[in-house]
Design a protein around this ligand. Structure first.
Ligand SMILES: C[S@@+](CC[C@H](N)C(=O)[O-])C[C@H]1O[C@@H](n2cnc3c(N)ncnc32)[C@H](O)[C@@H]1O
Length: 185
């Protein structure tokens, strides 16, 4: 990992609570998972200031892939873009601003992802999942943060994906709880 990236991650960890960033172990695990699965097309729902995005971009630089990341607030997305560029990730990401559901609904049918990270409005997780079904490649991963800390709000998502025979799901004991679902075919 480059020193500018490591310094930027450490800087952002100071304001982690303010920007609702994933914990470092979660970021590191997502980075590993992208490398392990050789993911090329990652969709992140909930950019904030780009902390988790930096972990994805570091992995995607190695796999040769690209990050699409959605954020409702343009100011947060601008901070994320600054952070991405500062760490040398120009050209490896596509920042989209707006409501995640509206943006996903507008995706062209050719828009496909092999890795989705859900970390925005907890009550909408189930809707993101339903809207994304037609945009997943075989063997795609869906990871979702805060499934333990916000269990009541995300339960409809967990119920839906655990009942879906296409997916195998496990909840991992990272801070807040991280679900990881694997599309079997
Ligand atoms: C938990 S934070 C994301 C943290 C980020 N993944 C990280 O770890 O660095 C959630 C972000 O999602 C954004 N958000 C919430 N609801 C949204 C929606 N419906 N559409 C797009 N973005 C949304 C919020 O503005 C917030 O910045």
């Amino acid at each position: 990992m480059g020193s500018v990236l490591e310094e930027t991650l450490k800087e952002l960890e100071v304001t982690q609570r303010e920007f609702w960033n994933v914990a470092r172990p979660t970021g590191n695990f997502l980075n590993m998972l992208v490398k392990m699965t050789n993911a090329q097309r990652v969709l992140e729902i909930g950019t904030s200031n780009g902390y988790s995005g930096l972990w994805f971009l570091d992995a995607l630089k190695k796999t040769g892939g690209q990050l699409t990341t959605i954020e409702f607030y343009d100011k947060r997305q601008s901070i994320a873009v600054e952070n991405f560029n500062k760490c040398g990730f120009e050209g490896l990401y596509r920042p989209l601003i707006g409501s995640a559901c509206d943006i996903i609904k507008d995706f062209d049918e050719s828009e496909k992802f092999d890795f989705v990270f859900i970390d925005a409005n907890k009550r909408e997780y189930v809707e993101y999942y339903n809207l994304l079904k037609d945009h997943l490649l075989p063997k795609a991963i869906i990871a979702a943060d805060n499934v333990n800390s916000h269990r009541e709000k995300v339960q409809p998502f967990l119920d839906a994906i655990e009942a879906d025979p296409l997916f195998q799901t496990e909840i991992l004991d990272f801070p807040g709880g991280l679900s990881v679902s694997y599309r079997l075919c």
